[in-house]
Design a protein around this ligand. Structure first.
Ligand code: ADP
Length: 597
């Protein structure tokens, strides 16, 4: 057994490039006589540290591949960790697609296996070019009570509830993994436990949650839907707890959340929800998940939705008859640039220059399928941007804020430009007006006392600094120099902000949110840009999660929940309200479809 240390691996990659390019021109197939059976190991860098693999070669074939050690985020990386090794063995190839949302982990696994196979004498370039495609499977017809389209938060809430109510359920998911956008979110779930110690301490109530949601959406949301949301949010938290999910004791204010009523899961990002859902799936009968299966259209008979036609992984047709009905839970359309451009009226441009926080499957399929069944749409023009995108990818990854109380935003000149406790649309509109539409999040060691803490994305601040995605300096002057902003401006912005925190002056942008001053080095900065985050519009539903048609009538057999629906959040969704929406309306859809209500 050989253990490749990291620096050795780097060296090897260099050597590998040279030797492969030398032999590629004359030989593209592996000379089997050069393959040596044995067990090989390699370690490379992943997303959150090192990823180690072990490869067993027997009879000159890849017999076993296993990831032996890693620190990658659970659930988000699960598929890359388990499926990629299995596929390598199954197809005897390295021509395997990376798992979207876990590209870094996928590449780390593939790279480490390639190192092992090179060492064993395989021609890895030939293996990378080998086809991993499968033969087309037979068409299928299935019968079930309930079909749920989409294995994100809303889909699972509906599917689990329907199953708890006695229905047989099939969940269709077009991606090779569960989670959708929900798993990428910070996981914060707004809910008021009316009369509890926490609610009393924060002077919070269901009524205040209602008012802030309604007003925060510019009074464009449907009051009845908002009532349903806020009144059932806390029982949604309790329901998740009943499935085994854990939340931190204290509530907090999430970006654009307006009030400290967000419940933070103990597990990183949105993974806690899916650990609980997956566990339910694994331990219950009559609830099945079909991955890599894309719903294409609803089957409508006499104006009633009675099933779904889908395409399986190998391109085969799958027809599912749903005795009770179908729940649409396909999420939003933030990754569909054409739809963004078609419906946007509020922002100057939502073309390809603006990236998105969303997973690639957020393409508005459910809206198209709903339209074909005569569903009404509402609020399609309301598209939410965040001021918090990673400049390369648009993702929320690399966001260094820990809560919202302690950080400020400065533009490339080092000046503040907005109340950082404002609504998301207000902050993003202000950012777009700044030079180059970029900003720096600035905070200090109050939020990172040891310098090893993780952010909401399960990333260590020290790693972000190492990777050049965040900057760290002992003084503000040095930080300004590092990030290329005017030092006097930055020092002045911070000292004025600190006077506001000390209660000496009013904040010039009307900020009320405060906790600690920014005065304890080391100081941190990270670059952020506007990014498309949430599409508030979608299928029109009533408080029973029934989809309504263009005349306002219920479409029998069709239910919807989560981001695919519209009318709840109005013109702007409060931070932390998406998870509440998903769980509350997912559960209602599940209950009603199970009882054919
Ligand atoms: P929500 O927050 O509303 O639950 P998510 O984005 O978390 O939305 O989840 C929606 C899920 O639906 C994603 O996993 C996405 O891949 C899946 N999905 C979208 N379109 C289809 C489709 N046509 N067929 C099957 N699954 C789909």
């Amino acid at each position: 057994m050989r253990i490749f240390k990291k620096f050795f691996v780097v060296l090897l990659v260099g050597l590998l490039t040279v030797s492969l390019s030398a032999c590629n021109s004359s030989n593209t197939t592996t000379d089997s006589s050069s393959i040596k059976d044995g067990t090989y190991t390699a370690t490379v860098d992943g997303h959150n540290g090192e990823v180690s693999v072990e490869v067993v070669v027997a009879d000159q074939k890849i017999e076993k591949v296993e990831v032996t050690e890693h620190g990658e985020t659970p659930i988000v990386s699960d598929l890359a960790i388990s499926e990629i090794p299995a596929k390598i063995v199954e197809t005897q190839s390295l021509g395997i697609d990376t798992v979207s949302g876990a590209t870094v982990t996928s590449n780390a696994v593939l790279e480490a296996v390639a190192l092992c196979l090179t060492e064993a004498g395989f021609d890895v370039e030939a293996l990378k070019n080998a086809s991993a495609s499968k033969d087309k499977e037979d068409d299928l017809v299935l019968d079930v009570d309930v079909v749920v389209i989409g294995a994100g938060g809303a889909g699972f809430a509906a599917a689990v509830t329907a199953n708890q109510e006695g229905a047989s359920v099939i969940i269709l998911e077009k991606q090779p993994k569960i989670g959708g956008n929900t798993i990428l979110s910070g996981g914060a779930m707004n809910a008021v436990d009316e009369g509890s110690e926490t609610a009393l301490k924060n002077k919070d109530s269901v009524e205040l949650h209602y008012t802030q949601t309604f007003e925060g959406g510019s009074e464009k949301g449907n009051p009845e839907l908002i009532r349903t949301l806020v009144e059932n949010a806390y029982s949604g938290v309790e329901w998740m707890q009943s499935l085994g999910m854990e939340f931190e004791e204290e509530t907090f204010t999430v970006l654009g959340g307006m009030w400290p009523r967000a419940h933070k899961p103990v597990e990183p990002v949105g993974t806690g929800f899916f650990i609980a859902f997956q566990n339910y799936l694994d331990t219950h009968e009559n609830i099945d998940l079909m991955l890599n299966t894309k719903a294409e259209e609803l089957i409508v008979e006499d104006n009633k939705v009675v099933g779904v036609i889908a395409t399986g992984e190998t391109g085969n047709k799958i027809t599912i008859n749903a005795a009770n009905g179908v729940v649409m839970a396909t999420g939003g359309f933030s990754q569909n640039i054409e739809m963004r451009q078609e419906y946007n009226t509020l922002w100057k441009d939502l073309g390809e220059n603006i990236k998105s926080t969303n997973h690639p499957g957020a393409t508005g399929d459910g809206i198209k399928m709903g339209l074909a069944a005569n569903a009404a749409l509402v609020g399609m023009e309301y598209i939410q941007l965040l001021p918090m995108g990673d400049p390369e990818t648009g993702s929320l990854s690399g966001n260094i804020e820990q809560g919202v109380e302690n950080r400020i935003f400065v533009n490339k000149e080092g000046n503040r430009f907005v109340d950082e406790g404002e609504r998301r649309d207000v902050m993003t509109a202000a950012l777009i007006e700044q030079p180059d539409s970029i900003m720096w999040t600035i905070l200090d060691s109050h939020d990172y006392p040891t310098g090893e803490e993780i952010n909401n994305f399960n990333e260590k601040i020290s790693d972000l600094v190492k990777e050049g995605r965040a900057y760290k300096a002992d003084t503000l002057e040095e930080l300004a120099k590092l990030i290329g902003v005017d030092s006097d401006n930055l020092v002045n912005a911070v000292s004025e902000y600190n006077k506001f925190v000390a209660g000496e002056i009013e904040d010039e942008f009307g900020r009320t949110l405060k906790q600690d001053p920014i005065d304890q080095g080391p100081y941190y900065a990270a670059l952020r840009v506007p990014t498309v985050h949430h599409t508030m519009g979608g299928l029109m539903i009533d408080t029973g999660a029934h989809v309504l048609d263009t005349d306002g009538n219920i479409i029998p057999g069709l239910y919807a929940a989560g981001e695919v629906t519209g009318g709840i959040h109005g013109a702007n969704r409060l931070g932390g309200n998406a998870l509440s929406d998903i769980i509350v309306f997912g559960r209602i859809a599940g209950q009603n479809v199970a009882s054919k209500k």
